[in-house]
Design a protein around this ligand. Structure first.
Ligand SMILES: Nc1nc2c(ncn2[C@@H]2O[C@H](COP(=O)(O)OP(=O)(O)OP(=O)(O)O)[C@@H](O)[C@H]2O)c(=O)[nH]1
Ligand SMILES: [Mg+2]
Length: 300
């Protein structure tokens, strides 16, 4: 068999401004929960791989943090670097925008892709929110001015049109053998996925600025019986004054977070989980590169 008609395989970066649905799309394409999702912007903080196998073909998706322009915080600088690396290292880029239209932040990303000569598919997400598909026509006409290889309207939430998107992705991947074994769905280990799951549940319960100054560290994860795991996790906050809010009156907020996290962690580990959560304060963790590395953020 010649290389030019063998299987296809490659890396596919998923980029876009915060909250457009990148992580929801990654999970929908791979068919399992790999990357956490929330209604708040800046949910994803790391580059996270998710692997899709379609017959002999393989697409390795790279979820990235939302593109937010310039920021002085070390955490945001690391997030911006994660996006640039993903664009440079991938064979194809999916640039997500919302069906309601391209915003200035989207246009900045279009420019970045053009500067870096990236091969890109525009994914117009959240079409389930549109009243009438004809509303997409002016947007599609506008997008045609840019050198994208394809435009695909989808709903990552309902799964509409994902088949067409998968076909467009595979068509634009290079020929080559699979990079990952078929039973590997992500590059992230269980501790990372567990910490992210707990952070997702916290994002769902907390409001205002607290979620941005919060991170989760799994300090211990071990099997206590065949079908039972013990997990200790630390919730790091930047301010003492945030502690009572995260714990809640009579510990109610933390209890709810623990309950929701336990259900999902049991699914992840395929066993019952005894979860202990502690809330701790370390000022300025998100602006200290050494502290960020200790907490498992990608090296700058
Ligand atoms: N109605 C609708 N909502 C969606 C769709 N895709 C994602 N969402 C919602 O949009 C919000 C953000 O989704 P995420 O997947 O976390 O977005 P993201 O782009 O990864 O966000 P960051 O990681 O913060 O950059 C969540 O509330 C999702 O449920 C969609 O196709 N339709
Ligand atoms: Mg995300």
């Amino acid at each position: 068999m010649s290389r030019s008609n063998g299987p296809r395989c490659g890396y596919v970066a998923i980029v876009g401004r915060p909250n457009v649905g990148k992580s929801t799309l990654l999970n929908a394409l791979v068919g399992q929960k790999i990357s956490i999702v929330s209604a708040k912007p800046h949910t994803t903080r790391h580059r996270i791989l998710g692997v899709l196998n379609e017959g002999e073909n393989q697409a390795v998706f790279v979820d990235t943090p939302g593109h937010a322009g310039r920021s002085k915080r070390a955490l945001h600088r690391l997030m911006a670097r994660a996006i640039h690396h993903a664009i440079d290292d991938c064979d194809l880029v999916l640039i997500l925008i919302e069906a309601h239209g391209a915003r200035p932040q989207d246009l900045k990303l279009f420019e970045l892709l053009a500067e870096r000569d990236a091969r890109a598919i525009v994914v117009v997400n959240k079409i389930d929110k549109l009243r009438g598909r004809s509303r997409l026509l002016p947007l599609l006409a506008e997008l045609e001015r840019h050198p994208f290889v394809a435009f695909v309207p989808v709903s990552a939430k309902t799964g509409e049109n994902l088949g067409q998107l998968k076909a467009a992705i595979l068509e634009h991947l290079p020929h080559g053998p699979a990079l990952f074994p078929k039973d590997i769905a992500t590059d992230r280990n269980t501790e990372f996925r567990a910490a992210e799951t707990i952070r997702e549940k916290l994002l769902g319960q907390l409001h205002q600025e607290i979620p941005y100054g919060l991170t989760v560290e799994v300090e211990h994860l071990g099997r206590i019986e065949d079908d039972r795991w013990l997990m200790h996790a630390l919730i790091w906050l930047e301010r003492d004054s945030h502690k009572p809010i995260v714990i809640g009156r009579d510990g109610r907020v933390l209890k709810r977070v623990g309950h929701e996290a336990r259900i999902e962690l049991s699914r992840l580990l395929g066993a019952r989980v005894h979860l202990e959560l502690w809330v701790k304060v370390r000022e300025h963790w998100s602006d200290n590169e050494r502290e960020l590395r200790r907490l498992g953020f990608d090296s700058p």
